[in-house]
Design a protein around this ligand. Structure first.
Ligand SMILES: C[S@@+](CC[C@H](N)C(=O)[O-])C[C@H]1O[C@@H](n2cnc3c(N)ncnc32)[C@H](O)[C@@H]1O
Length: 398
């Protein structure tokens, strides 16, 4: 089968007998034989059985677990080609949404060792990952996309019997090891500055009762002139270099003004970066623990023109806010929130997205109803994978 192009989800797309084939790990221009994984009415999900004619951009992946471990599905693709394909995926999605826009910049980050957080599954006392779409466990000695600090820490921690997960976070100056189990266990030795135990049997790995066994119970990281506290269970951008690029782009697009609303604000990442530019900022977030951290982050940075509210973004009254920053989860902007925006009609929207499919769906609604899309950039927060971040600026037309 000849691969026509690359599409969202990172699949190579091919067509035969009226059916669309989504082929994992197949690149444009290649001729491949496939193995069918899922056969639906009008599309097929498949993987590559044999490459008959290979893309000139293929390379040897540097990782010994490539193909067996679940991550890094594009590691056998030249990095410049990865960036080019991310751009093509963006363009393809926007074309389907009927929006004529090309990203004004595609910003790369370090190709390897960029992740500041890793979640290992523990099987028979060993830490590793499960293969993609499989329950095959792969013990991992070294991961090329996590920081060297985290690889060193991983090697030190030997016997993990009795634990379900090991999560490591790198705060650059300090490292945190989080041991997850259903009952209190003896914690293996390591050089981690912060050692935390989570007692949990939930499917959500970073949940449950927390005990700090060493250190202060949080990491601290500085981005631009803002210090953020990162406790074990809180979301934080996994690529610090990329996080700075996102923050700078959001600040540039948002410009300045009176009142800004930061929807889906997490621990206040964007709000704090924007505080100098606006008279007042309100952050809205559904997770109460993130809001507690956001408030602490405002205090440690001595920033007073911010308030953080626990709640759903659909329910927050946006009247009077001229600028809105929004960074929703993968599912994109929920219906209620979209209606809320269309009712309140802020002049400027800065939309940060980690999912191009939901982004294009939402952009279509905004453009059809009230807004022009002025600019968009791609930030490659996740090299070696098909994922990327979009930062975009919408301005009200009428
Ligand atoms: C992609 S994270 C963004 C976090 C933050 N902007 C940052 O950069 O760290 C999305 C956040 O939206 C929150 N969230 C999800 N649905 C929500 C809703 N309906 N209302 C408010 N917050 C929501 C999640 O808890 C999560 O913290």
């Amino acid at each position: 089968m000849i691969v026509e192009k690359i599409v969202a989800g990172g699949y190579g797309l091919s067509r035969k007998d009226g059916k669309v084939y989504f082929i994992r790990n197949a690149y444009p221009g290649e001729d491949v034989d496939i193995r069918i994984e899922k056969d639906q009415k009008d599309f097929v999900i498949a993987s590559v059985e044999r490459i008959n004619s290979q893309s000139p951009y293929r390379r040897k992946a540097i990782c010994e677990y490539f193909g067996t471990c679940g991550g890094c599905e594009w590691m056998d693709l030249d990095y410049r080609a990865q960036l080019q394909y991310k751009k093509e995926i963006f363009l393809d999605q926007m074309k389907h949404a009927g929006i004529d826009i090309s990203p004004s910049k595609i910003i790369p980050t370090s190709e390897y060792n960029y992740r500041n957080k890793v979640e290992f599954v523990v099987v028979n006392g060993q830490a590793g990952f499960f293969g993609r779409n499989s329950h095959r466990f792969v013990e991992i000695e070294k991961c090329h996309i996590i920081s060297e600090n985290l690889n060193t820490l991983r090697r030190e921690i030997k016997d993990l019997r009795g634990f379900s997960h090991l999560v490591l976070r790198d705060g650059i100056e300090k490292k945190m090891a989080i041991f997850v189990s259903t009952k209190m266990r003896e914690i293996p030795n390591s050089s981690a500055d912060e050692v935390v135990s989570l007692i949990s049997d939930s499917k959500i790995v970073l949940s449950g009762r927390q005990r700090t066994l060493k250190g202060r119970g949080y990491l601290e990281i500085k981005i631009n002139d803002i210090v953020y506290r990162i406790p074990p269970k809180s979301f934080f951008q996994v690529n610090y270099e990329g996080a700075k690029i996102l923050a700078d782009q959001v600040v540039e697009y948002a410009q300045d003004g009176k009142k800004l609303a930061d929807l889906y604000c997490g621990v206040g990442f964007f709000s704090l970066q924007l505080a100098k530019k606006f008279e007042h900022i309100t952050g809205i977030e559904s997770s109460p623990s993130s809001i507690i951290e956001a408030r602490k982050n405002a205090i440690i940075n001595e920033i007073k023109n911010l308030d953080f509210k626990v709640g759903r973004t659909a329910d927050f009254n946006l009247k009077g806010y001229s600028t809105v920053v929004m960074d929703p989860p993968r599912s994109g902007i929920d219906r209620g929130t979209m209606q809320n925006i269309l009712n309140a009609k802020p002049e400027r929207l800065v939309y940060v997205s980690c999912d191009v499919s939901t982004f294009s769906r939402d952009a279509r609604i905004l453009v059809q109803k009230l807004y022009n899309i002025k600019d968009a950039v791609i930030v490659d927060m996740f090299p070696q994978t098909h994922h990327f971040e979009i930062v975009s600026l919408f301005e009200r037309v009428i």
